[in-house]
Design a protein around this ligand. Sequence first.
Ligand code: SF4
Length: 403
Amino acid sequence: MTPRRKSRQLRVGSVAVGGDAPISVQSMCTTKTADVDGTLAQVYALKGAGADIVRITCNDVEAAQGLAEMMPRMPVPIIADIHFQYRLALAALEAGVQGLRLNPGNIRDPEHIKTVAREAKDRGVPIRVGVNAGSLDKDLLKKHGSAVPEALVESAEKEIRYLEEVDFFDIKISVKHSSVPAMVDAYRLLAERVPYPLHLGVTEAGPPPGGLIKSVAGISTLLLEGIGDTIRFSLTADPIEEAKAGRQLLEYLGLRERKGLDLIACPSCGRAEVDVIRVANEAQKALEAESIPIQVAVMGCVVNGPGEAREADLGIAAGRGRGHLFVKGKVVRVVPEAQMVEALVEEAKRLVEEGIDARLAAADQDAEAIAQAAREELLEIQGDANRVEIKRRAVAEVAAPSE
Ligand code: SF4
């Protein structure tokens, strides 16, 4: 992974963005902002799913009033999303939001932008310059012919100049495009030209799984190059899915510490002794309900399972009507197949409470021997899928000196 690009740090309320701050996860409410109870409930759910910062539209006076009413009860910093009407940015600031997002494509009067920046500066509130290929400034669209990466970057730079002219530097920038290659190129270009933190996203990515794939492709490519300070998956789905996906992506890339479960499972094959898909889904549901922050493996057979998943904190592998529970690759307990998920959840809880060494020390003495017997029995019945003995003999024959 390329070392992270150095960006100027700012704060969105209690969350630092840029510099060496952890990369943050954002999402956006889909409720009507005037619906105070509904919006608050969604913000709390988004926080629970992994969002560090939540954006809420401020599209009319009722929305601004809703923000004013709910701001004191917000569990995470709130960014007001502003389009067309700069006065609503002033209203959102008055309501107490911790961040603003302005779209340069539709708030175009420099004096209006500067008025908002002066007010935001007085209140210590950062502004995201949120360029979007779909709503690019018409003059730039004409100049470049289409929303090419250079056009997105030029739009951002133009807006940044207005902000800097009034000594406003608490700036974040996004240059989102619905095309993954165009989005990646736009951010790469921008990263070389400005010192500000970057908010990554593929715009209008669509419903999962396509939307997820596009977002992961674009955001991961940049993060692995050290570019990006805060991210948002723009999915046509429940925003809870956006927040979860954002958080999971950062955990999988090793950019945030594991807060949730990391369930790994074998893809299953002809050797599987159990319906791996069903067991993995049941285990995921049960372990997520307990918010257990460890890596758990569900493997279809005891022949290869514990060995292949030896890096997992905990796992279970099926074989001969039983579940073989293993900790760091060592089988610690054997349970009836029907109790696999239940036993896995119980062991996961104990592992979190007592630690890996304690659970290894508490292993059933005969568990490893039972697993070994099941392995041998399965190999006898199914044969050695890797045909190790046949291959060894063939290699020896080839290597033997000829007469
Ligand atoms: S663990 Fe067993 S069932 Fe799963 S893919 Fe590997 S060999 Fe097949």
